[in-house]
Design a protein around this ligand. Structure first.
Ligand code: SAM
Length: 243
């Protein structure tokens, strides 16, 4: 899989992309992640990616001409400044799945992550400032995705969340493929509690059943705890009856 990240803060991604399994997945060729500085597509001497809003109001708006040109270059793998003809054309096929990070988007869920992980290419476009010119939504985005009902300063955290969630589902990234299947949200439930050594800590003891060696009893205990926790914390996951 290839993931392209478009941002005005390329340095932001050095930590997330150079850490743990995301770094390993790049090193072994499972994923090819490329970070692009949106300012490389600006044409003025100030390298402006934003301008004041038509109609007035607070804050600046990200410019559609810059973002559309950047997306076209990345889709076609051509350097900044190369004209793509006809506009929005993608050589060799349909445009890659291009996700605009925005609070108004579809909320990121494990189901959506699974869907994105099936793609050969993903392009993630990070906003900043007050907003993004609406024409970027119209001309570039195949998807609008939000990481929750709150407002971040920019789309970089949201894009990093998508990268982590998607990359860990790629074949070979998790040591034990089962762990991706048994996790929170995969079965419509939150995950059961985990314990490791020591057996006792400040009066809190690891449940007896987990030390019993009885795999059937352990599986039953975990299923009950997962259901109980989901009922307590996220009954919405269980549907109207809460069962
Ligand atoms: N004025 C916008 C609004 O009210 O929806 C918020 C703009 S926010 C300060 C700047 C950028 O951060 C957005 O364009 C988007 O790319 C990103 N962003 C903020 N919150 C987000 C969220 N919950 N999910 C995804 N991206 C988000």
């Amino acid at each position: 899989m290839r993931i392209d990240l478009l941002t005005i803060f390329p340095g932001y991604f050095s930590g997330p992309l150079e850490t743990s399994l995301v770094a390993t997945a790049q090193a072994d060729g499972t994923v090819d992640i490329r970070v692009h500085d949106l300012r490389d597509w600006t044409t003025d001497r100030h390298r402006s990616v934003d301008d004041s809003p038509y109609g007035g109001g607070a804050g600046m708006v990200m410019r559609a001409d810059v973002l559309v040109a950047a997306a076209e270059s990345v889709w076609n793998d051509v350097p900044p400044g190369t004209q793509v003809a006809p506009p929005q054309h993608v050589a060799g096929g349909p445009r890659p799945r291009t996700v605009l990070l925005t609070p108004r988007g579809r909320t990121l869920t494990q189901a959506l992550v699974r869907e994105l992980a099936e793609e050969e290419r993903l392009v993630l476009l990070c906003g900043r400032y007050e907003g993004i010119d609406e024409r970027v939504h119209d001309l570039v985005a195949t998807d609008e995705v939000s990481v929750g009902d709150y407002v971040l300063m920019g789309g970089e955290v949201a894009a990093a969340a998508i990268v982590e969630a998607v990359v860990r589902l790629l074949p070979g990234v998790l040591g034990n493929a089962e762990s991706a299947v048994l996790e929170s949200f995969e079965q419509g439930l939150l995950e059961h509690p985990h314990y490791t050594r020591p057996v006792e800590l400040r009066g809190h003891t690891v449940p007896e059943v987990l030390r019993s060696g009885d795999h059937g009893a352990i599986a039953a205990w975990r299923a009950e705890r997962a259901l109980e926790r989901t009922r307590q914390v996220r009954p919405d996951l269980l549907g109207p009856g809460g069962t």
